[in-house]
Design a protein around this ligand. Structure first.
Ligand code: AKG
Ligand code: FE2
Length: 358
């Protein structure tokens, strides 16, 4: 998702032997990772392989997790552990072993938001409240973004083939994640008393992107963030990480960050802003960020499921009553995305702009 110029890869910066991070990566004091709440943990929901005998209790567990966190791990989700490992291994091989000149052949298009390929910068500058351009602090992260659904956007020839099974594995993973996202949205809809297809119908055909993020070790982790605080823009994100750890989430109404401890074999579900709008705020999108560490590179694979750019998202009519009026105005998804890229993620500022006066 490059926005201007040919950016510096964080990995190259590290390999140049620096012992201090350049000033553009230094977060203002209020955004630095200071401490986390050691007692709180993200809920774990057992999906029991979608066995109907467990549907009621799973639905209740999902309702609690969506209400309190907008994030939860799922186990017994039916995706083979070997597929999760293969995708992580393929991603790691690209970042760790592929020579930089070859990596650069896959660079994102400079100046185009959310373009496919190898990148480092989500945005270079953004606007403040007074529409003044401000420089963004840079994330300590490189990534590879794959366009995977609808199939008309999927062209594996644009993906690395550094390991011989890379393209095939990402395609297979994309198919499996789409099915899991559909099943989870059905559960989430039902948990609010809505028909199973309610949220999926509102989102329409998924636009799915898979972003593999690579966070090189950082010489000054106390001053930097691997990825700044944000909520995901779309409907639902499915994320796997390696065993290094570094993802943090905010509980609803919480002030302190909670580490999302890697849970072997589990998949993390993160609700995005469009699900918050469709559920009329009954479920909140999860604010999260990634921190860095001085010792080990970290890898995560995030699979985003978003509406098409022309789809208008509004609170589900079934959830609007006299006593529970619409909290958000409807928004065309493409406009929401443009505003995100102009203003920057900065917590939940973007979705808050849609709040109606109550
Ligand atoms: O690396 C992570 O764990 C978080 C990635 C993420 O939040 C994103 O790509 O939107
Ligand atoms: Fe995210």
């Amino acid at each position: 998702m490059e926005v201007t110029g040919e950016p510096i890869r964080v990995q190259s910066l590290l390999q140049s032997g620096i012992s201090r991070v350049p000033p553009e990566y230094i977060q203002p004091p209020q955004n630095r990772p200071i401490q986390t709440d050691p007692d709180a943990t993200i809920p774990v929901v057992d999906l029991f392989h979608f066995n109907t005998n467990h549907r009621e209790s799973t639905r209740e567990a999902i309702a609690r997790a969506c209400h309190e966190w907008g994030a939860f791990h799922v186990t017994n989700h039916g995706i083979p552990a070997t597929l999760l490992d293969t995708v992580r291994r393929a991603g790691l091989a690209f970042f760790n072993e592929c020579p930089m000149p070859e990596k650069l052949r896959y660079s994102c298009t400079a100046g185009a938001a959310a373009s496919e390929g190898y990148g480092s910068r989500m945005l270079v500058s953004s606007e403040d409240e007074g529409n003044n351009t401000v420089s963004q602090v840079l994330d300590w992260r490189d990534y590879f973004d794959h366009h995977t659904f609808p199939l008309s956007r999927r062209n594996p020839n644009r993906w690395p083939n550094f390991t011989s099974d890379y393209r095939e594995s990402v395609a297979k993973y994309s198919d499996e994640m789409k099915i899991l996202a559909q099943k989870l949205l059905a559960f989430i809809s039902e948990s609010l008393g809505l028909r199973s297809s309610c949220i999926e119908d509102a989102v329409g055909d998924f636009y799915q992107n898979i972003t593999i993020s690579y966070y090189p070790p950082c010489p000054q982790p106390d001053l930097t963030l691997g990825l700044q605080s944000h909520s995901d823009m779309g409907a639902i994100t499915l994320l796997i990480q390696d065993d290094v750890g570094g993802l943090q989430a905010l509980k609803k109404g919480g002030e302190s960050w909670v580490t999302v401890q890697p849970l072997s074999g589990a998949i993390l579900v993160l609700l995005g802003d469009q699900t918050e709008i469709i559920t009329n705020g009954k479920y909140r999108s999860c604010v999260h960020r990634a921190v860095t560490n001085p010792d080990r590179p970290r890898l995560s694979v995030a699979t985003f499921h978003d509406p098409g750019k022309t789809v208008k998202i509004s609170p589900a009519s079934e959830l609007i009553t006299d006593s529970s009026p619409a909290k958000y105005r409807g928004v065309v998804y493409g406009d929401y995305v443009s505003s995100w890229y102009t203003k920057g993620p900065d917590g939940k500022r973007n979705i808050d702009a849609l709040l109606l006066e109550s």
